[in-house]
Design a protein around this ligand. Structure first.
Ligand SMILES: Cc1cc2nc3c(=O)[nH]c(=O)nc-3n(C[C@H](O)[C@H](O)[C@H](O)COP(=O)(O)OP(=O)(O)OC[C@H]3O[C@@H](n4cnc5c(N)ncnc54)[C@H](O)[C@@H]3O)c2cc1C
Length: 373
């Protein structure tokens, strides 16, 4: 079975991996270099932030993130030499209004990753000595981890590029789908080349609305910009991830600390601005004042593929045969990435699915009388 995948972020790369490992041949296209968009820009927290604020469908897929990435890391590492470092740091949350709700959520759902306890100041200092005196309590999630997402992407790209059944087309924007009698037969690239495929998968993240005219279906996915900044501290300096008022610190093993993030509608702009960067910096220093002594080594922005309630579209697209979706992961595309791709592969190949697929079905997308192009 031959599959064409449009977009080489985490959604496209993981889908390619799942399908290639099941014996499919895969062509994967990206309009820029593979793995440079939102999936590179993200923080890599392997859980929705404040899971009780998200739909159960989001939390359900996110639960598969860490265990599946662990298995893939073990498999890919000997071939690629790239360890994408699933870093078990746990997380502290300082938002007082979330303490009770978080504790209740943990005891109600019993999800292993969401177990938490309320810490007083001495216990808090024991777990992370750098937290500001301003915070006398926190809820602590010892099971939460982060993945070094740029390395995860590098590993996937490296593995897939040496895979005999996979062809990569970097800097090769897909212009349109080739459709005949309500059946998708392949894709055409901007430079006029045509590629046939048994199935086509849309994994084009924040750019997914591009397809709505051609397939005459409203796709409510648009870019929401998130800015980040990066500190460099000594190795393993900050022991835990920290979160307050939706701003977070994510320590990597080598001492880099990813800090973010903002939310803004800026179209497809990935420019950073001083005002937003200051907001992120203040929020981070409020949690860990001693960070001020370390250099900021990078700033960037990425475009999240927002969707209603952040529930991604995974499965067969309505009305057209052989067209599939895996897009619209909004703030949680890294933690949902491995589970989403597994679900997609199971649906395409007619296998038993790891979760009930109905909640993610693109049949939620409404048909519209858009002008055909
Ligand atoms: C600042 C920030 C922090 C985040 N933190 C986290 C986090 O901690 N945890 C978490 O789980 N998630 C996080 N996210 C969200 C996560 O990064 C996204 O949900 C996820 O990366 C989306 O992956 P994707 O593959 O769908 O999209 P992308 O990574 O954007 O990939 C889409 C790809 O499609 C390509 N493409 C588009 N149109 C075409 C076309 N016509 N032809 C060819 N190629 C095309 C693009 O070039 C792009 O490479 C964060 C995001 C941001 C921006």
């Amino acid at each position: 079975m031959h599959i064409a995948i449009i977009g080489a972020g985490i959604s496209g790369l993981m889908s390619a991996l799942e399908l290639a490992e099941q014996g499919c041949s895969v062509d994967i296209f990206d309009q820029q270099l593979a793995g440079q968009a939102a999936s590179w820009a993200g923080g890599g927290i392997l859980s929705p932030m404040y899971p009780w604020r998200y739909a159960p469908e989001v939390n359900q897929l996110a639960q598969y993130g860490k265990p599946l990435y662990q298995t893939w890391n073990e498999k890919l590492l000997p071939i690629t030499g790239i360890d994408f470092q699933i870093h078990d740091t746990g997380m502290l949350i300082f938002d007082k209004e979330d303490f009770e709700i978080g504790l209740n959520y943990a005891s109600r759902y019993q999800e292993p990753m969401q177990q938490c306890e309320l810490l007083n100041r001495p216990k808090l200092e024991n777990i992370n000595p750098y937290i500001s005196q301003k915070f006398q309590q926190a809820i602590y999630f010892p099971q939460l981890s982060n993945v070094r997402n740029p390395r995860l992407l590098q590993s996937l790209i490296c593995y897939l590029k040496q895979h005999p059944a996979v062809r990569f087309f970097d800097q090769c924007p897909v212009k349109k789908l080739i459709i005949q009698n309500k059946k998708v037969l392949g894709i055409e690239t901007e430079d006029g080349r045509k590629f046939s495929a048994d199935h086509v998968v849309i994994t084009s993240g924040a750019w997914s609305q591009k397809w709505q005219q051609q397939i005459q279906c409203h796709i409510p996915v648009h870019p929401v910009q998130g800015q980040m900044l990066l500190f460099k501290t000594p190795e393993n300096w900050l022991p835990t991830m920290c979160m307050n008022r939706v701003m977070y610190l994510i320590p990597r093993q080598d001492g880099h600390i990813v800090c973010g993030s903002s939310m803004a509608d800026t179209g497809f702009s990935t420019a950073v601005d001083e005002h937003t960067q200051q907001d992120i910096l203040s929020a981070c220093l409020e949690m860990v004042p001693e960070l001020a002594q370390f250099p900021i080594v990078k700033r960037w922005a990425g475009l999240r593929p927002s969707s209603p309630q952040g529930i991604p579209y995974i499965g067969a697209m309505p009305e057209l045969e052989n067209l599939w979706a895996n897009f619209g992961h909004f703030r949680n595309g890294l933690c949902m990435g491995s589970g989403s791709a597994r679900l997609l592969r199971q649906l395409i190949l007619g296998q038993e699915t790891l979760v009930d697929p109905n909640a993610y079905s693109p049949s939620r997308l409404k048909q519209q009388n858009l002008i055909s192009c």
